[in-house]
Design a binder for this molecule. Structure first.
Ligand code: CTP
Ligand code: MG
Length: 227
């Protein structure tokens, strides 16, 4: 399956980048010499299974789409941007969803997620890394610890998230309040009783959220020598 072009890739890049604080869309900030978004698009171009790349951008920045991708206006929330991109995608049984903010995702990681989906029965395969910190649940109204979670079963979820198209379409037809609340699309699939499996991914596939993340990404991408 991974040998033929079975997948469309949706890259969401329409966020405001408020936590990074650059005063412009985060996905268009330069990292190691090119816009953050372009790193993911370049990686996806090297994946044999990918036949089309759709990018969701801020509505006033459709001009920032790299050559050869389909550009669409993103939505107010992340999942709305995913939905806008999916609507514009051509026929394909497999949909790869990826955050432009994860500029370090490699072609091998995308390819592994697609193969894993093809080789199993899950509705979605999502990149994730086991957490290294101990995680405690704290009371909503203060700092009192309620309980310590079993770390051995906790995974920090990333993108790419790869879906069977029908499952993603069903998930994204959820009511607007659920779409807005979703921080990842796999949750919407889980809610509908779909099966989601994790794919162990390198912690290097972190999301660029803050200025510190941006500095680290810059160093690592320069070290790769432009891939
Ligand atoms: N995203 C999007 N449309 C939105 C919100 C987010 O396409 N309405 C994308 C972002 O561009 C990013 C990914 O979803 O690639 C993950 O979101 P996040 O890291 O939160 O990025 P921002 O929303 O841009 O950052 P912030 O929350 O700090 O404003
Ligand atoms: Mg955000």
């Amino acid at each position: 399956m991974a040998e033929s072009r079975v997948a469309v890739a949706l890259v969401v890049a329409a966020g405001r980048g408020e936590r990074l604080g650059y005063g412009g869309p985060k996905a268009l900030v330069s990292v190691a010499g090119r816009p953050m978004l372009d790193w993911s698009v370049a990686a996806l171009r090297e994946v044999t299974a990918v036949k089309e790349i759709i990018v969701a951008l801020p509505p006033d920045r459709l001009d920032a789409a790299p050559a050869g991708v389909v550009a669409v206006a993103g939505g107010v929330t992340r999942s709305e941007s995913v939905r806008a991109a999916l609507v514009a995608a051509s026929d394909a049984d497999v949909v790869i969803v990826h955050d432009a903010a994860r500029a370090l995702a490699t072609p091998a990681l995308f390819a592994a997620a697609v193969s894993e989906l093809a080789g199993g029965n899950a509705d979605a395969v999502i990149a994730a890394a086991p957490v290294s910190d101990t995680i405690k649940q704290v009371h909503r109204d203060g700092r009192a610890v309620e309980r310590t979670l079993d770390r051995s079963r906790l995974w920090a979820v990333q993108t790419p998230q790869v879906f069977r198209r029908a499952a993603l379409e069903r998930a994204l037809s959820a009511p607007p309040e659920l779409i807005s609340a979703a921080t990842d699309d796999a949750w919407l699939v889980e809610r509908q009783g779909g099966t989601v499996a994790v794919l162990p991914a390198p912690t290097e596939n972190f999301k660029i959220t803050t200025a510190l993340d941006l500095r680290l990404a810059e160093l690592l991408l320069l070290e790769r020598g432009g891939r």
